[in-house]
Ligand binder design. Structure first.
Ligand code: GLY
Length: 371
């Protein structure tokens, strides 16, 4: 795999895409294969486009990337104002926009936006259950989901760690750690796999449901959820230095690697689903690859080989079969699956593009830490 060649191809393609898209915020290409604008400014994926642009701005210095990323950040002010539709994914939304801008340029307005978003995320913390609440509303029939949490939230915790770093106030980071510890107790299984969702009774604290969520079923192993756990715990270690988070990330990593070797390093959408139909989720692969590269940086040289090898094998497999570097078409990484039970599978999805780009730039030494 020629990293610098791939990185050049990504840069060329995304520059062409940025010219075409202007202020639009993409998610999944339409039936003509074209990225269109988001129809919901609060949608959790709305900042991966900006995150990719900031990564490429950092790597190349091309002002087009910075200016286009700033458009997304400004448009997201409508989401901050909306308030009601902001949930546990506030980290995804503002780390890749305001957070990236603040980290790379020191922009004061961006700093305020990210602190505002961190305050909303911290406000979702339930001190009795020691969880950050997932979505509002009742999303699991027959259960009070005020006590609901999901593994994906692990990736949003860096917004809280960053808020503590900026303000010098430990309460944001404390909330993040409490949530990470609760997930360690109830979500990450001893073998390193994780359920997607969990619902606690808000009065008794007892678990009332363990929904399979975007995976096959309760008790299964949704591969993107495994990747969120792997990378999420690696990031909690990065921000806190607490060994239990690195151990958790390593456990999730070993589980992930052992599950992808049978399918040529392209993850199935769920590692515990029936043999047929075969649904892959390449986005799980690139998220895990970034997490593996993060772990590789935190362990000794003797230990890092397994994580590096795993990441490189995933990226090679995806680059060979699932990548589109044509500047005239939209989207890089094909083969993504939003959810096991959705009708559509094997699609381009914006977060697949983001994590593929982050992984390639990590390997070329040109990435910066969005998280
Ligand atoms: N955070 C939702 C997902 O991974 O699809």
């Amino acid at each position: 795999m020629n990293i610098s060649e791939i990185s050049d191809k990504i840069t060329l393609k995304i520059a062409a895409e940025a010219e075409r898209l202007g202020e639009k915020i993409p998610y999944i290409p339409d039936s003509n294969g074209k990225y269109t604008d988001t129809d919901n400014i609060c949608w959790w994926t709305n900042s991966f486009w900006a995150g990719m642009l900031w990564q490429l701005y950092h790597a190349s210095g091309n002002e087009l990337f910075r200016k286009t990323a700033e458009c997304s950040e400004k448009r997201l002010d409508a989401a901050l104002d909306d308030f009601e539709n902001i949930d546990h994914d506030a980290g995804f939304l503002w780390l890749h926009t305001a957070g990236a801008n603040y980290r790379l340029t020191g922009n004061k307005r961006s700093e305020r936006r990210l602190l505002h978003a961190a305050t909303l995320l911290a406000g979702r913390y339930n001190p009795d259950l020691e969880i950050i609440r997932a979505w509002d509303g009742q999303w699991m029939p027959g259960h009070d989901t005020a006590g609901g949490a999901i593994i994906d939230t692990m990736m949003n915790l860096p917004l809280l760690y960053l808020a503590s770093e900026i303000t010098g106030d430990p309460r944001f980071g404390s909330i993040a750690e409490r949530h990470a510890d609760t997930m360690l107790k109830y979500m990450l299984r001893p073998d390193g796999s994780a359920n997607h969702q969990i619902v606690f009774d808000v009065k008794t604290g007892l678990i009332t449901a363990n929904p399979g969520g975007q995976g096959y079923a309760s008790g299964s192993s949704w591969s993107r959820g495994q990747a969120w756990a792997l990378y999420g715990y690696a990031l909690s270690f990065l921000h806190t230095g607490k060994d239990r988070y690195l151990d958790a990330a390593k456990r999730a990593a070993s589980y992930f690697i052992s599950n992808i070797s049978a399918t040529g390093y392209v993850p199935l959408a769920d590692f515990r689903a029936p043999e047929e139909p075969v649904y892959y989720d390449t986005t799980a692969g690139v998220i895990a690859a970034c997490g593996l590269l993060e772990i590789a940086e935190r362990v000794s040289d003797d230990e890092k080989r397994m994580y590096m090898d795993g990441a490189i094998k995933i990226l090679e497999a995806l680059e060979t079969k699932w990548c589109d570097f044509d500047p005239l078409t939209d989207g890089i990484l094909d083969g993504g699956s939003v959810s096991y039970h959705e009708k559509e599978h094997h699609q381009k999805i914006i977060y697949g593009d983001y994590f593929f780009t982050e992984a390639i730039l990590r390997l070329s030494g040109k990435s910066f830490l969005v998280w």
